[in-house]
Each structure stands twice: as structure tokens, then as C-alpha cells.
Ligand binder design. Sequence first.
Ligand SMILES: Cc1cc2nc3c(=O)[nH]c(=O)nc-3n(C[C@H](O)[C@H](O)[C@H](O)COP(=O)(O)O)c2cc1C
Length: 205
Amino acid sequence: MEFYEVLKARHTVRRFTGEAIEDAVLHRILQAGLSAPSNDHLRQWEFVVIRGEENIARVLGKVTEQGKMQQELLKSRPLTESQRKMYDHAVPNQYRMLSDSGCLILPFFRQNADVLHPAALQHLNSFASIWCCIENILLAAAAEGLGCSLRIPVGEEWQFAAKEVGAPEGYLLPCYLGLGHPDPTETLPRQHPVSLEEKLHLERW
Ligand SMILES: Cc1cc2nc3c(=O)[nH]c(=O)nc-3n(C[C@H](O)[C@H](O)[C@H](O)COP(=O)(O)O)c2cc1C
């Protein structure tokens, strides 16, 4: 697929057909992740891939209860109409969109500064780098005709998942990615539209 077509094709998928992903395809997608720029020149990223309903359920142990809490919290937040539609679609599906993908990717990164209490923005460089890697994965999945669901672990969720998969100390999990074949019947809410004309400032803001 042509690059700008891939950009257009990428969107967050929360319903999957359940069809399996071939190993060769998975490897191409993760290899794309490893092609991302990295702050420390080492790409200190590790991917744990979990397949099969039971195995995925074990790792997502804490997600359901957190999803319910998020629903409650959102009720008190002022939201625009498009945000509300996005959240209404996303929040009740947090568990299912990961478990039904059939292929859960846990992208870990090595913490080489205190990213949870940064004293300066550059202390977040390892965190910024893993997100470059994640975006490459999302785009590569789109180029393969696949899609990803994405969830940020809330509260103790990530420590639970990290322990379940035996991740060593010093590695953090920024998100879960569910990789799968998109269900073509899913209706996708769209983000609040923005235009480059409004965002672009030539010479001076
Ligand atoms: C940093 C980040 C965090 C996100 N967290 C979640 C999440 O916890 N759960 C979820 O369902 N989607 C999550 N998303 C996906 C967004 O909801 C989605 O990208 C956005 O609504 C735009 O839709 P699109 O990806 O289809 O263009 C996240 C995306 C980003 C970049």
C-alpha cells in the first residue's frame, strides 16, 4: 500500500473477525516497530506476544474492573460531542477489543530514567521512543490490511500483566495492543476534525 494510503487506512479497531495472524505477517509488523527512531541508539524494546483466549485472559486479569471505573469517571467529565461518541464506543469495549483480537502484543521498554517522576522533559525520551515504535506497528498493521486495538494500562494493571508474563525489573509496559483482522461491520466514530490551515504557523504563531 502506498504510504499516504496507509496513513488513511490506519484507525483504531475494536472489533475483530477472530481469523488467525500468520507468523510471517506478525514478524513483518514487529520488525517495522524495530525500525523506529530511538533515543538511546539501542532500541531497548521487547515484545511479548500472547495468543489464545485463555492466555490472553490471564494477562488481562485486571482490565475489566478498571474499565468499569473508567466508565464511572467519564460521567463527570465535560466532553465534546465527538469525544463523547469516541468514549461511548471505546470504554465499554476495553476488555473485548483486546481479547477478541486473538493476538495480544505487549511492547515493553527499558526505563533508563525515572519516567514516572521526570525532572526534565528529556527524561521521558525512552517513553517517547517506544511510542515511535508503537506507531510503526500500527502503520505496518494497516499496511497488512490488519488493525490494532490500543489500551493504556490503568492503575496496577501493567504490573499485573508484567508479572504474568515474567517481564524483568526495569521494563515498563506503555500499552496493550490487540492485533487482528478488522470486522468490516464495525462502525467507527471519527476524531474531532482538525485542519492544517488552523494548525500551521509560518514564521510566527
Ligand atoms: C496515547 C494513546 C492512548 C490511547 N488510549 C486508549 C485506550 O486506553 N483505550 C482505547 O480504546 N483507545 C485508546 N487510544 C486510541 C484512541 O482512542 C484513538 O486513537 C483515537 O480515538 C483516534 O481514533 P483512530 O485511532 O481510529 O484515528 C489511545 C491512543 C493513544 C495515541
